[in-house]
Design a protein around this ligand. Structure first.
Ligand SMILES: Cc1cc2nc3c(=O)[nH]c(=O)nc-3n(C[C@H](O)[C@H](O)[C@H](O)COP(=O)(O)OP(=O)(O)OC[C@H]3O[C@@H](n4cnc5c(N)ncnc54)[C@H](O)[C@@H]3O)c2cc1C
Length: 300
């Protein structure tokens, strides 16, 4: 069987695409290896009607809704390679099963690369987070730490000030900060620490101290560690897609790459402030575009 569309990635982007395409009576292979990036967190915020929902409940509801549409097949497997055919695409999974489709959506998300600091992972998703829009409200007015090694350091520090005035911002010896930027932060009472961090120290998921390489310790209740993002799979680049300067896959506003029939949506396309609702919206848009393309082809 050749599906109308295969979707690799069943996060909010892929799921919303499957929902709209399923309702348009298109045959869909929705393929997911069940490794959601946000699984470490207890609650997801900022999606209207779903504010505070657990990531697992969000997925449960989404799959229940999508799989009501009989033309959507849910394949729980990992895709290991993707090939462009003369017409359409062929995917190979980890058990050597092949799937063919006329159109392909990559909704495979991204991976975070965090600064390598001891003690981070036991606290991640509990008192240390990566996105203030997702978890800033829960940490409001607490003594917070912000760690970034990126050129966007100053922007992150300014942003966090609206959630808590008790801020220590750390470059971990890496992010370039001008004297003027330091002055601006210090004028707001923000403490700037430029030495290397030795460890995050805490218990039961609660951050207690940040320990620096020179032995200094500062008590903190939580904070944000800003990661770098990279593609979670190399398929788009392997197929010849162009990347954006920050590592996203270049597409038009409908998710179409410059390779006919290949679409990239969700975090994988726009790497940046990532939100469930933005990913889901990109899924809805791409689905309408693909259904239009398929309809046009069927009338040619
Ligand atoms: C800790 C944390 C907390 C967050 N909190 C919030 C929040 O409160 N509110 C909010 O709006 N956003 C939050 N986000 C961001 C949000 O989770 C993402 O923006 C959103 O999940 C992106 O959706 P996506 O569909 O593009 O990708 P993802 O949700 O990452 O989904 C990608 C899917 O592709 C699958 N996949 C990847 N490769 C393959 C393969 N080779 N074969 C098969 N399947 C594959 C993965 O298993 C995964 O299910 C948070 C993120 C993190 C990390």
């Amino acid at each position: 069987m050749v599906y109308d569309c295969a979707i690799i990635g069943g996060g909010p982007a892929g799921l919303n695409a499957a929902l709209v395409l399923g309702r348009a009576r298109r045959s869909i292979a929705l393929i997911d290896n069940n490794r959601p990036r946000n699984a470490v967190t207890h609650a997801s915020h900022g999606f209207i009607t779903r504010d505070g929902i657990t990531p697992s409940e969000f997925r449960r509801i989404a799959y229940e809704e999508v799989l009501r549409y009989p033309s959507v097949d849910h394949l729980q497997t990992e895709i290991v390679s993707v090939r462009k055919l003369e017409s359409g695409f062929e995917l190979l999974d980890s058990s050597d099963v092949r799937v063919q489709a006329r159109k392909l959506i990559l909704a495979t998300g991204v991976k975070e690369i965090f600064p390598d600091i001891e003690g981070f992972y036991p606290l991640y998703g509990k008192s240390l987070f990566n996105c203030p829009y997702c978890d800033g409200w829960e940490l409001r007015d607490q003594p917070l730490v912000v760690v970034s090694e990126l050129p966007t350091f100053f922007h992150s520090a300014k942003l966090l000030f609206n959630w808590s005035k008790d801020l220590v911002v750390c470059t971990n010896g890496r992010a370039p900060l001008t004297d003027e930027q330091k002055k601006q932060l210090q004028a707001k009472g923000i403490v700037v620490m430029e030495q290397r961090i030795a460890a995050f120290v805490g218990q039961n998921g609660r951050l207690e101290h940040v320990r620096f390489a020179d032995g200094t310790e500062i008590p903190r209740a939580g904070g944000f560690v800003i990661p770098r993002f990279v593609q979670s799979v190399p398929f788009a680049e392997q197929l010849g897609c162009e990347t954006t300067p920050i590592g996203g896959i270049a597409t038009d506003e409908w998710g179409q790459t410059h390779i006919p029939g290949l679409f990239v949506i969700g975090d994988a396309a726009y790497i940046g402030p990532s939100q469930l609702v933005l990913a889901a919206a990109s899924g809805s848009r791409v689905a309408m575009r693909i259904n239009t393309d398929l309809s046009d082809e069927e009338f040619e």
